[in-house]
Design a protein around this ligand. Structure first.
Ligand SMILES: Cc1cc2nc3c(=O)[nH]c(=O)nc-3n(C[C@H](O)[C@H](O)[C@H](O)COP(=O)(O)OP(=O)(O)OC[C@H]3O[C@@H](n4cnc5c(N)ncnc54)[C@H](O)[C@@H]3O)c2cc1C
Length: 375
């Protein structure tokens, strides 16, 4: 007779892991089922940037604050390094400063500051062009190296929390009490399906009802610039992309100006995030191309635009490119995550706003409270 689990989680990305870890910490017997040898999707391809500031006002912002706190608690327990903390968003026009000031006037500005161009340069070893006007500083973010952190978190979930991890195993069905997988039947009382942007293996009709598409992003790793960043960096374009800023009325003025000045950056969905790893190299991106199946073919212009925005924002050419990759995630026009109940004791959880690393634990706590009752 095989083991009977309280919870089976399908999908070993950050969303599945967050559910498995949260349930296991509540004393549940948990199995995590992952198709690949190890997670290889969006969760290991991202910046590892646990973002609070700039998240959509309201529920997403609250989920991000909770998720950041959980990461902060778990990272040292799981042996995961926090590479840096905080965020600096440089601004090179009065219109960008107006967005920052409007943001600071909201509840989301709590703990954040508008700093001068000189203060930004002092903090960043002189980054910033002649047109730098100032910057937003937020202390709230943390950054981990996802390609290491996700496997490490998976190991820790197994070793410290007793989560059984079944890799190279495809779940073909997800109805308790018996789940069909490519390695036989798993018995579990509850199931959470976290398939990322696999829309076709489990509950395809339920997923289709949400009208999801996929977004493909281009990412770069750049050589160590020779100094350590004090925080992750973003620039003007981000103020028109991240909903926490972009939904403010002042952002419409900035966006109109930037579309006129940098039309191709908008066509490629480019904005700038720069995060630094332990070896000093910079994770830099990204672009956004939406389609039902974006494919692996990323336009060279997207990479050019990312590097161009780096040079515009920081007043110096970007360091040499060491690596390139693309990633995809599920995308919806009307929501940043969805929780569906396709059957009793089953939840389908998909983050549709490119923010899964930043909201995973907050979402998992809510889903499990609803599903199993005693988070
Ligand atoms: C380039 C890039 C940069 C990003 N930057 C950030 C960032 O800095 N901060 C942030 O918060 N978010 C960021 N995101 C978004 C974030 O990475 C995603 O929201 C998050 O990783 C989604 O996690 P997931 O677990 O749902 O999906 P995935 O990581 O794709 O994992 C889903 C897993 O489910 C498995 N699976 C699916 N179906 C089955 C099945 N039937 N049986 C077994 N296994 C199955 C797949 O093999 C896969 O491993 C970024 C995304 C990308 C692509």
């Amino acid at each position: 007779m095989g083991k009977v689990y309280d919870l089976a989680v399908i999908g070993g990305g950050v969303i599945g892991l967050a559910h498995a870890i949260t349930a296991a910490r509540q004393g549940k017997r948990v199995v995590l089922i992952e198709r690949e040898r190890r997670a290889n999707g969006a969760s290991i391809r991202n910046f590892g940037f646990i973002t609070v500031t700039g998240q959509e006002r309201g529920a997403s912002w609250a989920l991000a604050r909770r998720t950041r706190d959980v990461w902060d608690d778990l990272a040292p327990r799981a042996g995961i390094a926090v590479e840096h903390r905080g965020l600096l968003v440089s601004a090179r026009s009065p219109e960008a400063i107006a967005v920052i000031e409007a943001f600071l006037a909201t509840e989301m500005g709590q703990g954040c500051d508008l700093i001068t161009a000189d203060a930004f340069r002092r903090a960043t070893y002189g980054l910033g062009g002649a047109d730098l006007h100032g910057a937003l500083y937020s202390p709230h973010e943390i950054r981990v190296e996802s390609r290491d952190a996700i496997p490490q978190l998976t190991r820790w979930a197994h070793e410290a929390l007793g989560v059984d991890i079944l890799t190279e195993t495809v779940a073909f069905s997800s109805l308790p009490p018996r789940l069909e997988t490519s390695r036989g039947v798993i018995e579990a009382g509850h199931v959470v399906v976290c398939p990322g942007d696999d829309f076709s293996t489990l509950w395809p009709d339920r997923i289709a009802a949400y009208g999801l598409r996929r977004c493909r992003l281009s990412m770069l790793r750049l050589a160590d610039p020779g100094f350590r960043l004090p925080a992750a960096l973003m620039s003007d374009l981000s103020l028109t992309r991240y909903t926490g800023y972009a939904a403010l009325p002042e952002a419409a003025v900035l966006k109109a100006k930037l579309i006129a000045e940098q039309p191709r950056h908008y066509a490629n969905g480019v904005h700038l995030i720069v995060a630094q790893g332990a070896d000093g190299s910079l994770i830099v991106g990204d672009s956004h191309h939406y389609d039902d199946l974006p494919g692996p073919f990323a336009p060279a212009s997207a990479e050019h635009d990312i590097l161009d925005e780096y040079a515009r924002a920081f007043g110096r050419a970007a360091p040499p490119v060491l690596e390139r990759w693309v990633g995809t995630y599920a995308s919806a026009d009307d929501r940043t995550w969805l929780v569906d109940s396709p059957a009793e004791n089953v939840r389908l959880v998909i983050v549709t706003g490119g923010t899964g690393a930043s909201t995973a634990f907050g979402i998992a706590e809510q889903v499990l409270t609803n599903l199993m009752g005693d988070a």
